[in-house]
Design a protein around this ligand. Structure first.
Ligand SMILES: Cc1ncc(COP(=O)(O)O)c(C=O)c1O
Length: 381
């Protein structure tokens, strides 16, 4: 469990114990978000990546107040659908935004261009042709395939062009009347290896050098997302990743390269506590099973990919290995196995720490179990 923290001022981010203590009046499942932590995360990221422009990956948590808070901190947004375009449109202010998903729906491309998108990502000739048709003259950047082995939620295979084919694609973009601006990559979400960014930037620098030899002047240097949040395993501090990136840029890129970041998880992950209640317990052979009112389908989707959250409860007593499952009838709805928990009974509360990213945004109401309700720390009575 995180260190106890009851001592900070209202405008400062609060610790887990404070969130738990102030969540008692909330019905489960809930996601209790600390806006001060969101603000602190943006500031920390800016300090770790001086000169970098932040475009928050909206998919990580698109709650209107989360978006509002990040916009007020000066973040731009990374979006990839009409739904996300509408979400940032509702913020009622001019928001800088770009779209890094290499495959986009034609209607979205058209509407994003009308709304003033900065640039679109692409990783295939087919996508460039589509962008040229729906948004003639748009600026584009190419998504490179890079090593994702340092991440817990890899994003390869589905997207990314081999670096050896990237310049050809940028030239093709120019031939289609688009403006080839630069490159992007994603080292994979929850990347726990700072060297992954260094390796990806080395690959990127080769592409930029080849592009320069072909007469293209690139300036847009996106290093994607992937910045990790503390769960059950060690992670490099953001500052270490920032130092690696800064060194790589200083050594390998022209001075007019514009560093762009697309953090999702790192801005929202540790800003929320997910609270659940035990709805049932059972012994199955040697195993002790505990069933909660939240599971894979209504909030903890990432557990299906082996994602392990730090889990705690206020119930005391000796702990034993527990299989923690969600409420739906589906047998894939298992959150974690072998979790050390005390003897729980129906009605006890269980808390998932640092659960602000990819929980709400993935949640469905499968089997009639609704997504967590959302509360903000500074709005609690
Ligand atoms: C294009 C793009 N950028 C940024 C992100 C955010 O990644 P993360 O939440 O790991 O920072 C994602 C996540 O899927 C993505 O697809």
């Amino acid at each position: 469990m995180n260190r106890l923290d009851y001592s900070c001022r209202a405008t400062e981010p609060r610790g887990t114990a404070y969130l738990i203590e102030h969540s008692h009046g909330l019905a489960t499942p809930f996601l209790l978000i600390d806006p001060a932590r969101l603000r602190a995360n943006v500031r920390r990221m800016r300090a770790a990546f001086p000169g970098g422009e932040i475009f928050y990956a909206t998919k990580a948590n698109a709650h209107p107040r989360v978006l509002q808070t990040l916009a007020a901190e000066g973040c731009g947004f990374e979006i990839s659908s009409e739904g996300e375009l509408e979400a940032i449109g509702r913020l009622g202010r001019q928001i800088p935004f770009l779209s890094s998903n290499p495959i986009k729906a034609p209607g979205f491309i058209q509407r994003a261009a009308q709304a003033g998108v900065i640039a679109f990502a692409a990783d295939s000739v087919e996508e460039l042709v589509k962008i040229a048709r729906e948004a003639p003259g748009a600026a584009v950047y190419v998504r490179l395939l890079v090593d994702n082995s340092g991440s817990e939620w890899p994003l390869t295979r589905k997207y990314g062009v081999a670096p050896s084919e990237a310049v050809e694609l940028l030239i093709r973009a120019a031939d289609l009347g688009l403006v080839p601006r630069g490159t992007t990559f994603h080292v994979g979400s929850q990347c726990r290896q700072a060297s992954s960014w260094d390796a990806a930037l080395a690959v990127t620098a080769d592409v930029w050098n080849e592009a320069a030899r072909s007469g293209l002047h690139l300036t847009f240097l996106s290093i994607g997302g992937g910045f990790p949040v503390r769960h059950t395993r060690e992670i490099p501090p953001l500052e270490e990743i920032g130092a690696v990136v800064q060194r790589a840029i200083a050594e390998r890129f022209p001075p007019d390269a514009l560093l762009t970041l697309e953090p999702g998880r790192a801005l929202v992950g540790d800003a929320a506590l997910l609270g659940a209640s035990v709805i049932g317990c059972a012994r199955r052979g040697d195993e002790r099973w505990v069933y909660l009112d939240v599971g894979i389908f209504n909030g903890l989707m990432e557990a299906i990919g082996g994602f392990t959250y730090e889990i705690t409860t206020l119930v005391s007593g000796p702990s034993s290995a527990t299989v923690l499952a969600g409420p739906s009838c589906d047998s894939v709805d298992v959150i974690a196995e072998g979790v050390l928990l005390p003897d729980l009974t129906v009605g006890d509360r269980v808390y998932f720490l640092n659960a602000g990213a990819y929980t709400l945004s993935y949640a469905s109401s499968f089997n009639g179990w609704p997504p967590p309700s959302v509360a903000f720390l500074d709005e609690l009575a």
